[in-house]
Design a protein around this ligand. Structure first.
Ligand code: CDP
Length: 796
């Protein structure tokens, strides 16, 4: 009799297993960077620029040195003498570690102090006197390219304007032809405002250089420890085996912990100079004003339409505000990330995108905040444009989507910008969503409400997005190909240790990776320990961002498990004294095909690997796998929100939110639902309240949690979740990414709902966040409301 294990009972695929990491988190026993204390550790604080753009005439550090307990004061000049005043960025630009000539954004690092405790270091920072000569600040791409605009990056040879790049993709001629054939051309212009990933734990590092061994150990809040090690090896010219990057528990990352920040570099240099461990812990304002921002992009688009609702072509123009340094990470080949993944779920014959990036006097931005390199901006624009086009044609917005969706039998499908989507049931997801929200009923209620002077609106957002870079043919960062890895060691008792090149920041990898091993090997998930984040022990990987963990590292976990199973099979044949060809596998057990009762468990095979292997077989049961995915994964989502707008105040309330997600096979349904709820919460926050901008002088407005709002459970609406499962055809277990889907697709649902409520005003767009005063202005003035930052009065 076969005795396959019950997969759900052993915590395999599909089990809503409780998160094992929560055992330590809910007890306050997490090991975050600030929990780590090393013997003899010193503390570093950073002096930041109060001005957005200014020449530095002089820096006087003498009073800081006079404070007892100060061990080192670093300025740009001192960094320059070691050739460390500038560092390379992940986008082939340079970034100042400490300012030498000029400051280029408010909050830029100007000096730092290392002292016996953080309070002394802070006091000493305040004793540093900097003589600044203010320069006019640039706070938008429009200002950056205006005639006579001051040159921000005058440090760069051959940089004569504020343009970072001009880039284009798509079929220009084909798109022009589509527009010539159009019955109707729909247009939309909007600004996706700056937002900040704002993880609850800010950034930090502890550098510990040991002169005796020449080994540099750095504890660091990073989502990509191996990339950091490579960067340190190249910049500091240290051999890799002498550098150990440890990313301990992270209190969220959301893309904010991918770039290399000056604080990390200075703590490393300070530790090398002082031969003591040096800790740097960033404060909240430091995090909000100086670390990687997201979005801040102006989008203009036109859609060529046939009267019957068919989209013939799309033109997009983007103007991205990168701040003072182009430092976000994205695949080298693409300047504006994966912006050209827009419209991938629609069957559109031709599209063309032009993109320009500019320097401004703002903190470096454009990071992928819970998204795959600009996919959030792409999908927001796509779904806002789709609603505007449906309205222009007078076609129901759900029907308009259905007319243009890629059909289920049309995969693989080449998108208008050249991606290859491979699976999905878009119409079905939309139907499930419409049914759940009671679409027809709501449309009737909306009409009734209108007669009573009440404003109801419904917004739909449907999208497929590319998750899981690479494949390595197309995706690299700084030339390093995008793949990932896993290493699995099964001990003799059948317990296992799994290490991957990914790095969890709260997504629950310790739980779900063990579930993949359980699925492949039948080893109960509770018997599998998962470790990530230490470059001395984990295999090389590109880290966790862009929801790439499950598509890439998760696939590597399945593949290494299969390699281990292949060896276990040989051991089983040896133990059962039959040929390998006569062996069958069922979950957790090999058996003889002709005699199913004769079998051995995976644990018995593990014991044999150390105690009873056949002659000539290498002992042990372990392996590794590097996984280079053949394609991205393409999850699909349908988010629908209904709202009521108060015509007296512009305040809007969410009535209902329905989410239908298809992320292929779900490893842990409970974790997936948590990811979707978290993403929808962020989507709601961005669309309704999260406001971080700059005044005309480049002062950051929104530099603390009094101004930059994070919704709590109190403000957050409830979400009703549904699923459709279309397995990924190339992922070993059929999974697609999910981590960012709701953050990416959610905002358009909320904004579309409010714009639907305001449809009779003629206003086509209100920029996020849809604060009540903006909604009120659109209602009463009956025009679009821009969220672009103000310009200086001398700019006109
Ligand atoms: O890269 P990141 O971990 O942020 O995103 P992800 O790969 O989409 O995974 C987020 C979490 O959801 C992880 O714990 C995954 O293992 C889990 N997940 C899942 O259970 N089933 C899926 N089909 C996708 C993700």
């Amino acid at each position: 009799m076969a005795q396959a294990l019950d997969e759900i009972k052993i915590g395999g695929l599909g089990a809503s297993r409780r998160r094992v990491e929560d055992n330590r988190f809910i007890r306050g026993k997490g090991n975050y960077i600030d929990d780590i204390v090393l013997p003899g550790m010193l503390h570093m604080e950073i002096l930041r620029s109060p001005l957005a753009h200014a020449r530095i005439n002089s820096i006087d550090i003498s009073k800081a040195w006079d404070i007892p307990g100060v061990r080192l004061v670093l300025t740009g000049e001192m960094m320059a003498s070691r050739n460390l005043a500038w560092m390379p960025t992940l986008s082939y630009d340079t970034q100042a570690v400490l300012a030498t000539d000029k400051v280029r954004f408010q909050g830029q690092e100007v000096a730092c102090v290392i002292a016996d405790d953080p309070y002394i270091a802070k006091d000493a920072c305040e004793a540093i006197v900097v003589d600044y000569e203010p320069l006019p600040a640039i706070v938008s791409p429009q200002q950056a390219v205006a005639e006579g605009a001051p040159l921000i990056r005058d440090d760069k040879e051959n940089q004569h304007d504020n343009v970072v790049y001009d880039w284009e993709v798509g079929d220009k001629e084909g798109t022009d032809r589509a527009f010539a054939a159009a019955d109707v051309i729909s247009e939309l212009e909007l600004h996706y405002p700056r937002s900040h990933p704002s993880p609850l734990e800010c950034c930090g590092s502890i550098a510990d250089f040991n002169r005796a061994t020449s080994k540099l150990t750095v504890y660091m809040t990073t989502q990509a420890p191996h990339i950091i090690r490579a960067a340190v090896a190249l910049v500091a010219e240290l051999p890799e085996q002498m550098i150990r990057i440890i990313s301990p528990d992270l209190g969220g990352g959301f893309g904010n912990k991918v770039p290399v920040y000056p604080g990390y570099v200075m703590s490393i240099l300070a530790s090398i100079l002082l031969e003591r461990p040096v800790k740097w812990i960033e404060d909240r304002t430091g995090n909000l004003i100086s670390t990687g921002f997201a979005r801040d992009i102006y989008l203009r688009g036109e859609m060529a339409l046939r009267q019957d609702g068919k989209i013939l072509g799309v033109r997009m123009r983007t103007d991205a505000d990168h701040g003072a340094f182009f430092s976000d990470a994205q695949p080298s080949k693409f300047k504006i990330g994966l912006m050209h993944s827009a419209f991938s779920c629609y069957d559109i014959p031709a599209a063309h995108l032009t993109a320009r990036g500019t320097y401004t006097n703002k903190a470096p931005g454009g990071v992928a905040y819970r998204c795959s390199f600009r996919v959030t901006e792409a999908m927001f624009f796509q779904e806002r444009m789709v609603q505007a086009a449906a309205d222009d044609l007078g076609i129901d917005q759900a029907e308009f989507r259905r007319i243009n969706f890629v059909r289920d039998d049309d995969f693989p499908h080449r998108t208008p910008f050249g991606f290859l989507t491979d699976s999905g049931q878009y119409g079905k997801c939309l139907d499930v969503g419409l049914e759940a929200v009671g679409y027809q009923d709501f449309l009737r209620q909306k009409e009734e409400a209108k007669r009573e002077g009440r404003l109801l609106g419904i917004g739909i957002s449907t999208m497929t997005e590319p998750l899981g870079a690479g494949n390595s043919r197309e995706y690299d960062i700084l030339g390093i190909k995008m793949f990932d890895s896993a290493e699995l060691r099964v001990h003799m008792t059948g317990k296992a240790l799994l290490r991957t090149g990914a790095k969890t920041q709260g997504q629950g990898h310790e739980t779900t990776w063990a579930q993949i091993v359980a699925h492949e090997l039948g080893i109960p998930a509770e018997d599998v320990t998962v470790e990530e984040g230490d470059t001395d022990t984990a295999p090389f990987g590109m880290g966790t961002y862009a929801s790439r963990s499950t598509p890439v590292a998760g696939a590597a976990v399945a593949m290494v498990s299969r390699k281990v199973r292949a060896k276990a099979r040989k051991l089983a044949a040896h133990l059962l004294e039959v040929s390998e060809d006569d062996i069958e596998w069922e979950l957790g057990r090999f058996y003889v095909r002709s005699a199913p009762d004769r079998g051995v468990t995976i644990q018995e095979c593990a014991m044999a690997a150390y105690s009873n292997m056949p002659d000539g077989m290498e002992p042990g049961l372990e392996n590794n796998a590097y996984y280079d995915p053949p394609n991205l994964t393409w999850p699909f989502a349908c988010y629908i929100a209904t709202v009521e707008v108060d015509p007296e105040t512009g305040v809007w309330d969410v009535l209902n939110v329905v989410a239908v997600d298809d992320c292929g096979v779900r490893i842990n349904p409970m974790i997936v639902e948590g990811q979707i709820m978290g993403g929808l919460t962020e989507a709601y926050a961005m669309s309704s309240m999260q406001f971080i901008t700059f005044d005309a002088d480049g002062n950051c407005v929104g530099s603390n949690y009094m101004d930059y709002l994070l919704p709590t459970a109190w403000e957050t609406p409830g979400f009703e979740l549904h699923e459709v499962v279309t397995p990924c055809p190339h992922h070993p277990i059929g999974a697609k990414g999910i981590g960012e889907c709701a953050t990416v697709g959610g905002p358009a649902a909320f904004v579309n709902a409010v714009m639907d409520a305001l449809r009779d005003t003629g206003a086509r767009n209100i920029d996020m966040p849809l604060l009540p005063d903006r909604v009120y202005e659109a209602l009463t003035e009956r025009h679009d409301v821009s969220g672009a930052p103000p310009v200086r009065s001398d700019d006109g």
